[in-house]
Write a protein that binds this ligand. Structure first.
Ligand code: PHE
Length: 500
């Protein structure tokens, strides 16, 4: 804000004591600039001001037309020839269109013209076009001395108004023509030089809203992911590297003891890559995988079906992060035994029909625990603890089938609002056919589970359509305004049955 303008205002006040109307006094400055200067001077008590609002009238298009061409009633009058015959109403209508009716009405009211059968004839010889004269006054001065005229013209929708702000200013208790820059800080220099004694300090504005930092925002899903990550870290898990969306069928299926004839492998569920179609090579232990699939081992008779290296070499978009768990378990087996807890939260892809709750890709939250004394009981115990941290306490487990786990359990929780058991995920004890082939010695058991990240996030954000959470249907303002994600009591399933 210009210091000049402030000085100008102060000087004017010094000379005249008051400024009656800033718009008249400072013609070439915008109202905003004047107001800014006044506000700043007011804080320093140099001035006091009052807002003056004036209504300024201007012509609407129809008003403009009547100013230029005469009022409709005058135009109609001019079109009526003197004498007793006059002009037919139809002719006027043809000539003036919609204006004809308006002009005639006014002409009748003014007693300029009258009806004579189907014709209009003059009553007077000459008229004064007062409407046009009034419009001219408004046009030139922005108003009219007769408020009745303003009312009529406004009623005829010939004029409209805008409010103009202006200010009346007088000296304040701290008036002076000297403008000191207000200090915002007490500095060491000011103390040193003694300048602080005469300095004027700017007052703190505690009402100021502060600038919006306009920083980036985490997507709600990523906020939810962060919450899950923290729970895993709290419970001693290590994050798995999940940065490759493309896997070999070998790691996605075969290493997990998923038979090559399994329906999930077929096109309906798996996205196979076209280019490149296959991986260059398979891990060195592939013959052991072939062996366990075809003939079994570790107490299993295997699938007794041919196992093809070519099938295992196919590249797929991973259908679950369990592919990475398998890689990690294989890696774990290469080192001296040590119990391990791994987790990952990342994207997986399934060639499924897309609907309100399913997309062709979603995020899987996966955990595996490898330990010598791991049992189904310890998995159930762990899952209870894990979901408790999210405020979900009422769990139930239902036996299910996974090619790679035995026993396998679906995890359900009671959803109080919907009054039904909702599936949270899948879990189980990895089979020896898988673990031993990956190289884990006998006696090491591995439990695993997978849940979707989308489901709790949708519940938490109150979304009923997954497309509002993933992809181009996401409302960006939601991303900006959605609060921090907390997996707490209110989150959902079973929460109301939480122990008091
Ligand atoms: N891979 C399973 C799924 O996609 C989840 C799971 C992981 C199940 C580990 C058991 C063990 O649903």
């Amino acid at each position: 804000m210009s210091e000049d303008l402030k000085l100008t205002i102060l000087k004017r006040l010094d000379a005249d004591s008051v400024v009656e109307d800033t718009t008249a006094a400072f013609t070439d400055v915008s109202v905003e600039a004047v107001l800014g200067a006044l506000k700043s001077l007011e804080i320093q008590e140099k001035v006091a001001y009052k807002t003056l609002a004036t209504e300024v009238w201007s012509l609407e298009a129809e008003g403009r037309d009547q100013l230029d061409n005469g009022s409709y009633e005058a135009q109609i009058f001019a079109a009526v020839p003197p004498g007793d015959v006059g002009i037919s109403i139809d002719e006027l209508k043809a000539k003036f269109g919609a204006k004809a009716n308006l002009g005639q009405g006014k002409g009748f009211a003014n007693k300029w013209i009258r009806k004579n059968g189907g014709n209009i004839v003059r009553i007077v010889d000459r008229i004064v076009d007062q409407t046009r004269a009034d419009l001219e006054t408004v046009h030139k001065t922005g108003t009219h001395p007769d408020s009745g005229v303003i009312k009529t013209l406004k009623g005829r929708k010939l004029i409209s108004s805008t409010k103009l702000l202006s200010y009346a200013v007088r000296k304040g208790p701290g008036f002076s023509t000297e403008l000191k820059k207000q200090a915002t800080d007490l500095t060491a220099e000011m103390l040193h030089s003694g300048a602080w004694k005469s300095a004027e300090f700017k007052e703190f504005n505690f009402d100021s809203l502060g600038a919006n930092p306009g920083n980036g925002h985490l997507h709600p899903l990523m906020k939810a992911r962060e919450e899950f990550r923290q729970i895993f870290f709290e419970t001693g898990f290590v994050e798995m590297p999940t940065n490759s969306f493309v896997e070999t069928a070998f790691w996605n299926f075969d290493a997990l003891f998923v038979p090559q004839q399994h329906a999930a492998r077929q096109l309906q569920d798996t996205f196979f890559l076209k280019d490149p179609e296959v991986a260059g090579s398979l891990p060195a232990f592939w013959p052991e995988v072939k062996e366990v699939h075809e003939r079994g081992g570790y107490g299993s008779i295997g699938y007794r079906c041919p196992w093809s290296e070519a099938e295992a070499s196919k590249l797929v978009l991973r259908t679950h992060t369990t592919a990475i768990s398998a890689r990690m378990l294989h890696k774990l087996a290469q080192e001296p035994y040590c119990p391990a807890k791994y987790f990952s939260i990342d994207r997986v892809f399934r060639n499924e029909a897309v609907d309100n709750t399913h997309l062709a890709e979603f995020h899987q939250v996966e955990g595996v625990i490898a330990d010598k004394n791991m049992s189904l009981g310890s998995l159930i115990d762990f899952l209870g603890m894990f979901f408790e941290k999210m405020g979900i306490t009422n769990l139930r487990f239902k036996p299910t089938y996974n090619p790679y786990t035995e026993p396998s359990m679906e995890i359900f929780s009671w959803h109080e609002e919907r009054k039904k058991w909702m599936e949270l995920g899948n879990s189980g004890m990895f089979r020896p056919e898988m673990l031993r082939t990956l190289g884990l010695e006998e006696g090491i058991q591995v439990a695993g589970f997978g849940v979707s990240l989308e489901r709790p996030t949708m519940i938490k954000c109150g979304l009923d359509n997954i497309r509002k959470l993933m992809g181009h249907g996401v409302d960006l303002s939601m991303v900006e305004t959605d609060p921090v994600f907390r997996l707490d009591k209110e989150m959902g399933s079973g929460s109301s049955q939480r122990a008091k």
